[in-house]
Design a protein around this ligand. Structure first.
Ligand SMILES: Cc1cc2nc3c(=O)[nH]c(=O)nc-3n(C[C@H](O)[C@H](O)[C@H](O)COP(=O)(O)OP(=O)(O)OC[C@H]3O[C@@H](n4cnc5c(N)ncnc54)[C@H](O)[C@@H]3O)c2cc1C
Length: 357
């Protein structure tokens, strides 16, 4: 029997961050991940946008989550010798005069992060636009396509990752011990993303899964140091001249496959927006682990105190995962409290009905 302290299920951005903070604290752990390609962490653009929605509202806990995320990605980048995060600006092309007006109104009210770009023709070499341009800064791009494989390689090299599918039928949860195959652990923490909706310990939680798609494009010549936004978002994706465009939010879906309708719609949008040629190289789709009240699920099960969760990151995994992974590890090491709005124990009554056969 191999002994460890924590089994982490999943190496998306949640499991990556959790295992990183466990590693930093010197806590023994092993990660189990099946490495499937169409997960949200392997599909996302990695954008951290400090404002949200048509009304340009500052995101939840921006002053805490964003600096914490930036610091964490930078520290990981140094450790792994990769680029994990870049600071950027989001160039917001107003789709109509009303959007410009409401942006200006927000600026006059002193809203942070947003400004107007006065120069009328700055982007006209690349884009068609009529109603001016706003700027959101600082924003960030997390380079998930660098970070996730680099951390996976580190874990594999140090015998800290089992590359296989986790099977609930082989899990035994006793009062003081977790057994999985030939591993004995003190705790197991599920960072399993949307499959968490069927996780026997946490399936009663109010998930509201949501499918999203993106195209990967070659756009030679388009400057790669900014994110561009109109009705869709166009973001640099790893290499010079390669871009990510998305996305949709489908609440009603039959599978996690890319759809023809998204591809066609996106092509039409791009043709009317971009003045320079583009080529589609890939079409991706994945299911976001969103939640009804748009807050994550963090902590331990009220009936099974050695079974934990870090999930429900919805559309904002890149900004939420670092902070709440760190909170969960501080909870394990120092019994530090988890933020009540994120603590899974806000659903203690619902979870107390969990039945494990
Ligand atoms: C199109 C799209 C665009 C997005 N853009 C952004 C963005 O720009 N910025 C942002 O912050 N967020 C974005 N998101 C949301 C973001 O991707 C998610 O919030 C985040 O990836 C969730 O991470 P996770 O680790 O919780 O889940 P996942 O990414 O699903 O990771 C779960 C991991 O667990 C593994 N796993 C699950 N079950 C098992 C099992 N039984 N055995 C072994 N392994 C298992 C999976 O293979 C996976 O590796 C986007 C999502 C989509 C779909």
């Amino acid at each position: 029997m191999n002994k460890t302290k924590v089994i982490v299920v999943g190496q998306g951005i949640a499991g990556t961050m959790l295992s990183w903070f466990l590693y930093k604290e010197g806590i023994d752990f092993v990660v189990i991940d099946d490495n499937i390609s169409n997960t949200p962490s392997r599909t996302a653009a990695g954008i951290i946008n400090p404002v949200t929605g048509r009304r340009v509202v500052t995101v939840w806990m921006d002053d805490i989550l964003l600096p914490f995320a930036e610091r964490t990605y930078k520290t990981m980048a140094d450790f792994l010798n990769i680029t994990a995060i870049s600071s950027t600006s989001i160039i917001d092309f107003f789709p109509n005069p009303f959007m410009k007006e409401s942006f200006l109104k927000k600026i006059s009210q002193g809203a942070p992060y947003i400004s107007i770009i006065d120069e009328k023709n700055y982007f006209s070499e690349y884009f068609q636009y009529e109603f001016g341009v706003g700027k959101i800064a600082p924003a960030y791009i997390v380079h998930l396509q660098n970070l996730l494989p680099a951390w996976r390689q580190f874990l594999l090299k140090n015998n800290l990752l089992i590359s296989s599918s986790f099977k609930f039928s082989e899990l035994k949860v006793d009062k003081n011990q977790i057994n999985y195959q030939n591993i004995a652990a003190e705790k197991i923490i599920f960072c399993d993303g949307s499959p968490g909706n069927h996780n026997p310990f946490f399936s009663l939680l109010p998930f509201a899964l949501n499918k999203g798609e993106a195209l990967i494009l070659d756009i030679p010549g388009l400057p790669s140091d900014m994110v561009y936004k109109k009705s869709m978002t166009l973001a640099p994706f790893g290499k010079e001249g390669v871009f990510w465009v998305g996305t949709n939010y489908l609440w009603d879906f039959d599978d996690d496959m890319p759809t023809e309708s998204f591809r066609k719609h996106t092509e039409e949008v791009l043709k009317s927006w971009l003045k320079i040629p583009f080529r589609i190289v890939e079409h991706k789709a994945a299911i976001r682990p969103a939640t009804v009240e748009r807050r994550p699920f963090v902590g331990f099960h009220p009936l099974y105190p050695h079974v934990g969760i870090l999930n429900g990151l919805g559309t904002k995994g890149c900004s939420l995962a670092p902070y709440f992974a760190a909170q969960l590890v501080a909870h394990i090491t120092q019994n530090a409290p988890i933020l009540p709005e994120a603590d899974v124990n806000r659903f203690a009554r619902i979870l107390s009905r969990t039945e494990i056969s």
